[in-house]
Design a protein around this ligand. Structure first.
Ligand SMILES: [Zn+2]
Length: 229
């Protein structure tokens, strides 16, 4: 997976709805065929964009916003030129087509907004890594569920979409995001050839989360619900 700047995602997330003047649920992809995919959703749109648009200037963004609203089939020349100029960023291997890179806005929670809050409150705004909802895999027939993960390789935080539910309190997701941000912050230690992620230091810092005990209790009480039982 390609590395990219989380701030660019936040920039797009803020500006596209502003220009379109309607809610936009944005997904950044690594698609090989479809660079722009738009469909109406609720009072706004669901938009899937190739990650090349993370570096779009305001002319391209304005054109994109008009295209979203127009519902024309053919993209305007500004957009077609932009895609042509950036075509080297399109992955050549068709095997991994339609891969989602980042989708931070869920139905109930915007991971970027939660990330920003945790970053402000616990990390003096020093953390910068992408955060995304994970793929929507069924969790049936399992006794446990990995609620979130941090990839040391791609430096990306993934949160399980089972948490994007109305009954999940904000402090729960914030605490889970805080845990994964700590992984990014502390890095992974290697001891005797073994990866050590949850060190004593990690556990000490983890317990500094304001609702730490409430969070653990909530997870125990609600695991069956998250597993869909
Ligand atoms: Zn962990």
């Amino acid at each position: 997976m390609e590395k990219f700047n989380r701030k660019d995602v936040a920039h797009l997330q803020e500006n596209l709805p502003r220009l379109v003047k309607k809610p936009v649920n944005l997904t950044i992809t690594d698609n090989t065929h479809s660079m722009i995919h738009i469909r109406p959703s609720g009072s706004g749109y669901k938009v899937r964009l190739h990650h090349m648009f993370l570096e779009a200037d305001s002319e391209v963004l304005n054109s994109l916003a008009r295209f979203v609203k127009s519902r024309n089939r053919k993209a305007p020349s500004v957009l077609r030129n932009f895609v042509a100029v950036n075509s080297h960023k399109i992955k050549q291997s068709p095997r991994k087509a339609r891969q989602t890179i980042v989708r931070s806005k869920g139905r109930f929670f915007d991971l970027n907004a939660l990330f920003d809050q945790v970053n402000r409150e616990y990390f003096a705004n020093e953390i910068d890594c992408p955060i995304t909802w994970g793929a929507n895999r069924k969790v049936r027939n399992q006794n446990s569920i990995k609620l979130a993960s941090y990839s040391d390789r791609t430096k990306t935080i993934r949160v399980h979409p089972a948490l994007d539910k109305s009954y999940v309190p904000k402090y729960v997701i914030m605490g889970i995001v805080y845990h994964e941000m700590l992984h990014h912050h502390l890095g992974v230690e290697h001891r005797n050839g073994r990866k050590m992620a949850h060190t004593t230091r990690f556990r000490q810092l983890e317990a500094r989360y304001l609702h730490y005990h409430k969070l653990q209790a909530w997870k125990e009480r609600n695991l069956h619900r998250l597993l869909g039982r």
